[in-house]
Design a protein around this ligand. Structure first.
Ligand code: HAM
Length: 418
């Protein structure tokens, strides 16, 4: 039986094949995400992996709708596997916002599903670190979120030489769009949406095709390019840049109006994180979506919001390419050697006591030759081996320093922590 295309098996280290993913690397990434979220006082939430289809058809945009895994459940409901977290967050925030002091800062690590064409950095399932701030419309919140994004990437050992945050604003594009007027036969909102879609694909679609599409909307490619090159920051962007400069993070961002984001719900500042060598697709993307909570609550709750999502797939590929993934050891503290089977009961008691004291302990389940047991201890990179010498003493060996001590079983805990 084969797994589905675009889905991953996560195996324990050492990995059996280049075609599989590391469960240890995944855990390493999740732990860092949680650690940096904690430093910024973001609280963890989660929602269901299955949602009513309608949640995503309302405002995610055509691209994501085309990629939905959806079906009718046994109760006749229209269901979709979540392709992104933001609509769920908007629903959850609207339902209980009164119980939380504004602004609230929440994060989640959902697994998301999109029926995309499989390619480098693009699978049909990925995990995504989502960090969002609800209830603050000032640029101070955007800066806080972008600082979190920068620090998260830096926590993996990436530096300014490895990545850049491209900062943009739909407000700037909206003004540009309105100043030029629009194709008269189209409703302004849908024309603006179409225009944003063309800008979103500037870097992926041939110039000729883009020129045609822009022409139909009343624009020329030249004037669009000129606007991008001018790169003049809007007041909100200027404010964010100053805020980041005060933290010493100015160099990590650049104004780049080529970024506009594909999802339909963004309303203002938008940004994406890219590797500097341009080898990969965006590592992360996000922005403001000040109308989504209102939309999801049928107009009952109106809260400004912003956030970003960072996928595990691109991040892992980038860390691997820059050789920034650590070696994943078992983290074993003690391997108990049972060379004489008559000491097995006493050894099992020692295993139990050490585990109760919090140590990671391994031993041979079945009788085995001493050299085999020792080899296993080395393979597992155990810090110590311990062997009952008689019923009241244990010989403990530090595998790094090779120092040996003979101790009473109760004394071992003491040396483990040195
Ligand atoms: P997104 O740009 O669709 O944004 O996804 C964010 C990141 O998730 C991408 O930059 C990419 O690294 C990763 N990603 C997306 N799709 C795939 C895929 N098929 N395979 C592997 N990685 C993928 C959102 O989803 C927004 N909801 C983020 C957000 C949160 N905006 C505000 N709050």
């Amino acid at each position: 039986m084969e797994r589905l295309p675009g889905f991953r098996d996560f195996y324990p280290e050492p990995l059996p094949h280049t075609d599989v993913w590391s469960a240890a690397a995944r855990q390493y990434i999740f732990a860092k995400w949680r650690e940096i979220a904690r430093r910024y006082n973001f609280c963890e939430y989660d929602g269901p992996p299955l949602e009513p289809l309608e949640l995503f058809t309302t405002k995610s945009g055509d691209e994501i709708i085309g990629q939905l895994y959806n079906f009718t459940d046994k109760g006749g409901r229209q269901i979709a596997l979540r392709p992104e977290m933001t609509p769920t967050l908007a629903r959850m925030a609207a339902a209980h916002e009164r119980q939380y002091k504004k602004p609230f800062k929440w994060f989640a690590i959902p697994q998301l599903f999109r029926y995309e064409r499989q390619q480098k950095g693009r699978l049909r399932e990925h995990f995504q670190f989502n960090a969002d701030i609800i209830g603050e419309s000032e640029p101070a919140a955007d800066a806080e979120l972008i600082a979190l994004l920068i620090d998260t990437l830096c926590s993996f050992g990436l530096t300014r030489a490895d990545f850049i945050i491209r900062l943009s604003s739909r407000n700037a594009w909206q003004q540009f769009f309105e100043a030029k007027g629009t194709a008269p036969e189209k409703a302004p909102a849908s024309a603006a949406y179409e225009f944003f879609q063309v800008i979103d694909k500037l870097e992926r679609v041939p110039a000729e095709e883009t020129g045609k599409k822009l022409g139909a909307l009343g624009f020329s490619l030249a004037e669009v390019n000129q606007f991008i090159e001018s790169g003049h920051p809007t007041p909100e962007l200027e404010n964010i840049v100053q805020n980041l400069a005060a933290r010493g993070l100015r160099d990590f961002v650049k104004i780049d109006y080529r970024v506009i984001r594909g999802l339909a719900y963004y309303t203002g500042v938008v940004f994406e994180a890219f590797d500097c060598q341009g080898e990969f697709r965006a590592i992360a993307g996000g922005g403001r979506y000040d109308n989504l909570v209102k939309l999801m609550s049928g107009g009952k709750v109106d809260l400004p919001a912003l956030g970003f999502g960072m996928g595990d797939v691109v991040l892992l590929e980038l860390l691997r390419a820059r050789k920034l993934l650590p070696a994943f050891d078992s983290g074993l503290d003690v391997f108990i050697l049972i060379e004489d089977e008559k000491f097995r009961p006493a050894s099992l008691k020692l295993v139990q006591d050490l585990r109760s004291a919090g140590a990671a302990v391994e031993y041979s389940l079945m009788p085995a030759k001493p050299d085999k047991q020792f080899k296993r201890a080395q393979e597992l990179k155990a810090s110590f081996t311990a062997k009952m010498e008689n019923h009241s003493t244990v010989r403990v060996r530090n595998l790094k320093s090779r120092e040996e001590q003979v101790l009473a079983p109760a004394e071992i805990g003491r040396i483990l922590h040195h």
